[in-house]
Design a protein around this ligand. Sequence first.
Ligand SMILES: [Zn+2]
Ligand SMILES: [Zn+2]
Length: 415
Amino acid sequence: MNEGIADVLLRTAFALKGDFSRGIRPSKKLFDDVEITAFFGAARGAVTISADFELEWAFRGLKLEEQKLMGVRSRRNVPIVLEILAEQSIPITWATVGHLFLESCERGQCGLAHPEMPRPPRNPHWRGDWYMHDPCTNVDEDPGWYAPDLIELIDSSEVRHEIGTHSFSHIDFSKQCSNELLVRRELEESSKVMEPFGLRPRSLVYPRNSMGHQYLELLGDLNITSVRHRDTAIRLSYPERSECGVYKLYESMNLRKGNGYKYLSKAKIFLDEAMNCEAAYHFWFHPSDPTELFENEFHDIVCCIAALRNRGEIWVATMSEIAAYCEARQKIKLDVCRNGKSIKIRVDSSYDAVRFGNTDVTLRVPLSHLPKRCLVRSGGEEKTIDGNAETGGACEGRTLLINVPASAEELEVVL
Ligand SMILES: [Zn+2]
Ligand SMILES: [Zn+2]
C-alpha cells in the first residue's frame, strides 16, 4: 500500500469517527467591499500550540518515583522543545503553574505550606492538605517544584513565546472541586508571582482539562482573554467568543505516538481540514512527555506547521494573539469612502487593547490597479505602510492585503 492510499484511509477513519464535525465558522466582516479577514494575513487557517507546564505539581497523588520522573523529564525536555521551536520560529503558549515562578517558599507557622491560600472544597486525588507535597525549600534543593530558571529560558528565547497560566497550584476547576473564591485567589496569586518577570497572564489552560467555563465571567474580570476548550465532538473550529469576551480555543490533538499510523500524517490531515473550514488547529502537549516524542513526532509536526506558515497558508500564533485578533475583528467597524484618487477607510473601534494586547487586523481591499501608497493615521500621526497584492484564489492580482494596527483611526489607499 502506498502512502497516498494510507492517508486517504486515515482521513476516512478520522471522518467516520466524527473528528471533522462542523465547528463554528467565522462570520463575514464586510464593510462595503472591504473585508476584515478571518485570520491575520488572510491565512486560510490558524495554528496554536500550548504546553501544560507544571513539573511535579500535576502529578501529586501518583507514586513518588513517577511524580519525580515527571519533574526530571520536564526539566530535560524544555530546552529541547525550545530549540525545535527556535529553529522553525514557532511561538507557543506555555500555560505555567504559578508556583513555578517562585525561587523558594517557606512553611507557615501553622506548619502548612501557603496558609494564606484557600484550599479546594474537595480533593479526590489524595488525602491530606492540598499543599502537603510542597517541599517549602528552594529551586536548588527541589527543582521539581520551582522553575524561575526555566521561565527565564523560555522568556529569553529569540521566539516571542506567550507565558500563560495553569492556575497557581494546579487546581481542578470542576464544580465539585472549586469555588469562586478559590479561582479568584489562584488567578490573583498567579498574576502576583508573574509580575516580577514583567509578565501577566492572558491565557489559561484548565488543569486536567477539567473545563471551568462556569467561571468565564470571573476569568474575564481577571483579564483572561482565552482558555483552551475541550469538546469531544468538535476538534476544529473558529475561536468561540463568550459573552464576557473570553475566547474558547478548541483543542484538536495532543502529542502522542500514532496508534498504527504516523502521527505526523494525522497532523497533516487535521491541518488540511482546518484550512478547508477556516478553523484554528490547536495542538498541545506536556513537557513531561517522553523525550523521544519531542525528538520525533513533535519535531516533525512543528516542521510541517512551519512549512505551511512559510507558504502563507496558515497563521501561527499564541493563544492570546488569536484572541486579540478575533476580538479586534469583532470590535472594529469600517467606514469606506472612495473617490477617484483614493480610498479612505475610517476605523471605528471599541477594541480594548489594554486587556487583549496590541494587534493588527488584515484588510482585504479590492482594487483595479496597485496603489501609489498606503497611509495609516492615528493620534495626529501619519505613517506609510505596505500592502501586498493577494496571490492565488479567485481574486488573484485584484485585491490588496493590508495589515493595519487595531489602534489606527484611518487608512488611506492612494491610487
Ligand atoms: Zn510553596
Ligand atoms: Zn496540568
